[in-house]
Design a protein. Sequence first.
Length: 251
Amino acid sequence: MTALPALLVTAIATILSGCGASDRTPDPEPPRAGEPVPAIRLDALEQPLDQLRDWARARSEEYGIPVRALQAYGYATVVMSKAQPGCHLGWVTLAGIARVESDHARFGGATIAADGLLRPPIRGIALDGTGGNARIVDPTATARAGHTVYAHAMGPFQFIPDTWKRWGVRAGTDYHTLASTLQSGKPAATSDLSGSPDDIDDAALAAGRYLCAAGGDLATAHGWRRAILAYNHSAVYVDQVRNAATGYQKQ
């Protein structure tokens, strides 16, 4: 497997200003949303993700996706459909990104624990500007170390630190506590609410926020492509995600 792609964007405005303006080629249709995710109660006393266990188990073998990962994608889809119904985020899009970024959290022998955390954590290569990669400094790690430390993409959805700081969210938090954050582009109010990029649930929900903010309506060809380009500004990457996501659609 080649080196993992990384989230190379720290501000959506930067990406959007540079993509698509002069490209007159019509955007291909986006992947269909995939099989519907069952309605779940976000205010349930039990863990909301547990309500998707049977749905995930019934599809895990067919799609080659771990049950725990499917639960995370499904939950993020349900939450974002409530917080931003006009986004039309489909779980197959999240699955397509996770397949390309980390083989559904299995890269390097990683597995997803019951609590959603990856063990061992997945880290991309140092983004030091070599090998065609961007040069991105991790300011927090640099301040702690006293010398330049380059960022590494983190977790199953390969967030860089600055991007996670903006979009990270703890999926296990009560929905009503997170509602205003999920409905906007505001960072989580506290570091505790920002969760962890190494948690499949947190990472999937953060990726959903990012995609919705970048693309607007992901049911449109232009919106979907714009969202994926914001995630990784590469036409090849867009095709990879589209192909992976399409493979999770029922024919």
